[in-house]
Design a protein around this ligand. Structure first.
Ligand code: FAD
Ligand code: SF4
Ligand code: SF4
Length: 463
């Protein structure tokens, strides 16, 4: 029987007051019964508009039909053909702008909860006993993957499937990229990423951490001396931007990347952590994306009494995932819309005491199609703060470019690559945020996957 309910089957989430005090996961996922009930809402559209909205083209009606029939193993197989990190994507994909945006059930109600169903299937799969992967015969090629975020992991996974010998080089001491150092535990439990990396290792992946390519080894070393046939650069966009306003160098001002890395990767909130963090009673986060939401919600969990998000446009333009904004609001994060900081204020010890802001109004649309925020005259006011976190964007680190001759980059630092990831330097491929600038997990994965196909073809053409 089709389920004609216009709303999604609700998913349990922890109480905002309770969850705002710890790092346990907020959304609890579907039970098998809830998943089957939600799957029955799918109309099995022949033309699959939802799949068209998924950057890696998951066959959505096919996997949902299997969920409705209770064949969760079959559903996993369908998803895994297109996506190598379904437990991650089911949790963090901005579904409302991708697959679910195109779901026909969304016309007269809520779309089918594709992300929640994907998460359910992946979690079910991960709870089953692990079957050792069938060894793939070696194809004699060696590839180096630089960076262990979703782009690097997807690229490595695909190359392993083709029988390639793959070594992953990661600058940090733990692999996973933003999935481990940026996105907090309460949105994406780290054991999911660990499981994924363990699976790749069981299939032969070699992981070398604390390897900053550009410092320890160069791309030229990898190709000319270390004997790799091709290199994939998936180094992300981890270089924080600042506003260049007075006071940004005061004590208590963090980039969101530094703040989140201290919290997520270095576990600064644990009493025995050796990594210090200064999170005061009043915290102001500047920005409106996922990074800003994560920083604000982490600050709350570190014990801040008042956390405000300052965003220069209105609520409608917030780029963060709708669910994260909703959860942040439920937890008591305050939003100051149409507000722009102009100065960070400090005391005689050069520690933050507040942030001077001006009110904004929306003017004509700019090149992004969004209405440009314009400053209102004589509208400045002060928000008191002990900690200010800047979450206004990041760009690719220029280090990689300096490690090889002939690697073309954009003025803003992104590596120039074609749609298959080929760069201007022979044998070097690139994808993910290092090419596009800060984007999404699924786009980075898609790019890593495509580049693996092109690298395989390139390496075969050389032999
Ligand atoms: P990254 O994940 O950045 O990985 C790059 C890796 O390369 C890092 O581990 C880095 O240490 C390593 N590296 C860098 N330089 C070197 C070097 N020289 N040598 C060796 N290694 C190097 N996207 C979503 O879809 N949904 C979300 O909810 C979401 N939330 C986010 C929250 C935060 C806080 C952040 C920061 C991003 C979020 N994103 C989200 C964006 C998403 O995480 C990124 O688009 C994605 O991780 C990019 O993947 P990547 O593999 O290109 O790069
Ligand atoms: Fe939707 Fe992301 Fe899954 Fe694609 S990978 S179907 S966009 S949740
Ligand atoms: Fe099912 Fe919606 Fe996709 Fe149609 S568009 S197949 S209803 S998920």
């Amino acid at each position: 029987m089709p389920n004609l309910n216009v709303n999604k089957t609700p998913m349990a989430v922890r109480d905002p007051l309770e969850r705002g005090r710890d790092f346990g996961e907020v959304a609890q996922g579907y039970t098998a019964q809830q998943a089957m009930e939600e799957a029955a809402r799918c109309l099995q559209c022949k033309h699959k508009p939802c799949t068209g909205g998924c950057p890696v083209q998951v066959d959505i009606p096919a996997f949902i039909r299997l969920v409705a029939e209770g064949d969760f193993a079959g559903a996993y197989e369908v998803i895994a053909r297109a996506s190598s990190l379904p437990a991650v994507c089911g949790r963090v994909c901005p579904q409302e702008n991708q697959c679910e945006k195109h779901c026909v059930r969304g016309v007269k109600g809520e779309p089918v909860a594709i992300g929640r169903l994907e998460r359910f299937v992946a979690d079910w799969h991960n709870s089953q006993p692990i079957h050792p992967a069938q060894p793939v015969p070696s194809n004699g090629h060696r590839a180096a993957v630089i960076g262990s975020g979703p782009a690097g992991l997807a690229c490595a996974g695909e190359l392993l499937k083709k029988g390639c010998d793959v070594t992953l080089f990661e600058a940090l001491h733990t692999p996973g990229g933003v999935l481990v150092y940026g996105i907090p535990e309460f949105r994406l439990p780290k054991k999911i990423v660990e499981q994924e990396i363990a699976l790749l290792k069981s299939r032969g992946l070699k992981v070398m951490t604390n390897m900053v390519i550009g410092k320890v080894l160069s791309i030229d070393d990898l190709l000319d001396e270390q004997g790799f046939d091709a290199v994939f650069v998936g180094t992300g966009a981890g270089l924080p931007r600042f506003m260049n306003i007075p006071g940004e160098n005061l004590g208590g001002v963090y980039s969101a990347n530094e703040f989140l890395t201290r919290v997520n990767l270095m576990k600064a909130y644990l009493p025995n952590s050796v990594t210090p963090i200064r999170c005061g009673k009043r915290v102001v986060v500047v920005g409106g994306g996922n990074v800003a939401m994560d920083a604000a919600r982490c600050a709350l969990r570190l014990g801040a009494q008042e956390v405000s998000v300052v965003y220069r446009r209105s609520a409608e333009e917030l780029p963060a995932r709708a669910e994260e904004v909703e959860h942040a609001m439920e937890e008591g994060i305050r939003f100051c819309f149409l507000t722009n900081p102009v100065e960070i204020l400090g005391d005689e010890n050069r520690l933050v005491t507040g942030i001077r802001c001006v009110e904004m109004e929306l003017g004509e649309p700019d090149t992004s199609g969004r209405r440009r925020p314009v400053e209102k005259t004589d509208s400045d006011f002060i928000l008191r703060a002990d900690t200010v976190i800047m979450a206004i964007g990041t760009s690719p680190n220029p280090l990689i470019k300096s490690t090889t001759e002939g690697l073309e980059t954009q003025r803003w630092g992104g590596i120039v690559a074609d749609e298959w990831g080929a760069t201007s330097r022979q044998g070097v491929f690139a994808g993910g945020d290092a090419v596009t600038g800060a984007a999404t997990v699924i786009l980075a994965m898609g790019a890593g996957k495509k580049a693996a196909a092109a690298m395989d073809e390139y390496m075969r053409s050389k032999t």
